[in-house]
Write a protein that binds this ligand. Sequence first.
Ligand SMILES: [Zn+2]
Length: 238
Amino acid sequence: MKEKNGHLYLLGGMTVLLLLLQIFLISKNHLESGWDMQVWSRIAGKDMEISKTETKKIALTFDDGPHQKYTPMLLDGLKERNVKATFFLMGANAEKYPEIVKRMSMEGHVIGNHSYSHIELSAVREAQACTEITKTNQILTEYTGKAPEYIRPPFGAWSHNLDCVTSMIVVLWDIDPLDWKCQNTDQIVKRVVPKAEENAIILLHDSYETSVEAALQIIDKLQKENFEFVTVDEIILE
Ligand SMILES: [Zn+2]
């Protein structure tokens, strides 16, 4: 009797496995997004080997904003695609458009410091550099309720001995399509997409319509290549 039960269990187990295999084969063609993959992994449990598509992290960063017209346009496009980005804001522009800064923060984007008036921080006296940075931090903290942790120095020019910002993390970039210079959507997309790789940081500027359009096209293209757009903290702190 015991043995018979054993056989029954085995038979039952095999049926379940066959059913799961069938579900797997049927669903296989539909499994494209990471979400579907996760659901499937949970159904199947750990015992089944599944070739899971790995996503590669990549970050979009936007400097010099906010811009009255193009930043909200970009925020709409990011929201539609459920993508979070990182914005390095100029204090002077943030002061002009506090509502846009608040929206960025509320929608989950990371906000960093890009100095108050876009000066070359390494070319001025320390006191002036520190004023530019701390003033911007104060403005951004007031609008978002969070003190910025990241700074991108204008022109990438940074002096390492600024006492006022020892706790801030400097974020540079890997891919720079010179979007502000060419102001041509196709060209920007072509300069970024082939260079995309895991953990790369892309530099763009949300003060141009061409850059905003390019950013959204870059997202659509790279998401199809299994890239996942994240904020810089997810790349830097790993
Ligand atoms: Zn800049």
